[in-house]
Design a protein around this ligand. Structure first.
Ligand SMILES: CC(C)(COP(=O)(O)OP(=O)(O)OC[C@H]1O[C@@H](n2cnc3c(N)ncnc32)[C@H](O)[C@@H]1OP(=O)(O)O)[C@@H](O)C(=O)NCCC(=O)NCCS
Length: 145
């Protein structure tokens, strides 16, 4: 079985992260957005490896006792193997260790895979931002720890 190793982002990882992000057809993060989060003291940028290959990442921000998941991506060949769950689990363990009370995120209404993932982890929809992504609604989700 493939063991997932999760560790902190390093600048040398950026090209591979951009390659993975650029395969997503919508709402792509730019190089600068990744670097901004890397340089943001409130942000956590974690990289997932299998056998020394980067297969995904998660980025979240923590402010006081609240966390916001900003981005979570598993590279296309590795999807559906529960690595997304492992990344989310790793983040939630970190939130519990840091005494976070509420976790927030937003997701495209059409992104049923991500919505299913979040629901499985006990996230509930609490609001909608109409046409937030150009022409598509954003679903705002929250989980209380
Ligand atoms: C969302 C994403 C990170 C999930 O990662 P993943 O490794 O493929 O997901 P997992 O294998 O861990 O599956 C987790 C859950 O997601 C849901 N899911 C996964 N694949 C699915 C599919 N094809 N259809 C419907 N639900 C699916 C299921 O609830 C699944 O749990 P289960 O297998 O126990 O039923 C991945 O699809 C991705 O990178 N998508 C593009 C980026 C993105 O949209 N990120 C979210 C931004 S808000």
């Amino acid at each position: 079985m493939d063991t997932l190793i999760i560790s902190n982002f390093k600048e040398e990882n950026l090209e591979k992260i951009l390659e993975i992000e650029n395969k997503i057809s919508y709402n792509q993060w730019t190089r600068q957005m990744f670097l901004d989060e890397y340089n943001n003291k409130s942000s956590f940028f974690k990289i997932a490896y299998i056998q020394n290959n980067i297969i995904g990442f998660i980025i979240y921000r923590i402010i006081l006792d609240e966390a916001e998941i900003l981005n979570i991506v598993v590279d296309t060949p590795f999807r559906g193997k529960h690595f997304g769950k492992e990344l989310l689990n790793n983040a939630i363990t970190d939130f519990l260790n840091k005494n976070i009370k509420n976790i927030f995120l937003e997701v495209r209404k059409s992104n049923l895979v991500a919505i299913n993932l979040y629901k499985e982890y006990g996230f509930n929809e609490y609001s909608i931002r109409k046409k937030y992504y150009n022409n598509e609604d954003a679903i705002l989700m929250k989980k209380t720890l």
